[in-house]
Design a protein around this ligand. Sequence first.
Ligand code: ZN
Length: 272
Amino acid sequence: MQGHLRKLVTSLNTENEAIYQLPLGDQLLELNSLIGQRIRLCYTGKINCLNCGKATKKSYAQGHCYVCMQKLASCDMCVMKPETCHFAQGTCREPSWAEQNCFVPHYVYLANTSGLKVGITRHTQLPTRWIDQGATQALPIFKVSSRHISGLVEVALAKFVADKTHWQAMLKGNHDSIDLKERAAELIAEVEAALADIIDKHGEQAIERVDCPVQTIHYPVTEFPKKIKSYNLDKVAEIDDVLIGIKGQYLIFENGVINIRKYSAYELSVVA
Ligand SMILES: [Zn+2]
């Protein structure tokens, strides 16, 4: 199978196990059934921008050419740091993209990845976002009216809890179970004043407390690596190794791990 790579496609089955597919061009390779098997991944040396399709020597912003990285709203810094949204100043790179992607309901959630963390995502991206981060538990705590508001709430919460995942720790095993409901109650009490400020500026409809069940997620991993070594396709174009698990956007092989998302838009051939 050969084609341009995109981030792993994920879903949850009825047992809350993460199901993974590897997209190559318009084909999808089922991965869960390949665990325990030797797989060969070969980078052909070609990268084509996910947006315009032009060849690019280097991949920018996870699969774009330099020009698209500079012009697309989805590649702007404010996507990573939504509290810095500059739409109101009239400087959004693509206001129509923002209307469809930023000015829609978002969730602020707590998750257990390498430990407790706070995160945000668009309402359509659950549970995808959690699986992408390798979360074993997750709980939405607020539904908010836009990406910008989600950033403001996240910043308030991040004074008390991590907003990053330590990916190496996440890949070395599953963190102990956390009582997310209890932690949510504690954290929400801490940020009461900050939330009141946001509501003052942006209106009552900006933030809604939600009461959802905790989502548990199981990953198809037969053995966690003790030491994390990363495969780098820019340096060594071929991986020939036994797949022992998948967690987050990482394929875990006997001798190394690879972050598939990092190689979006690379042309690969895969023999399984
Ligand atoms: Zn491009």
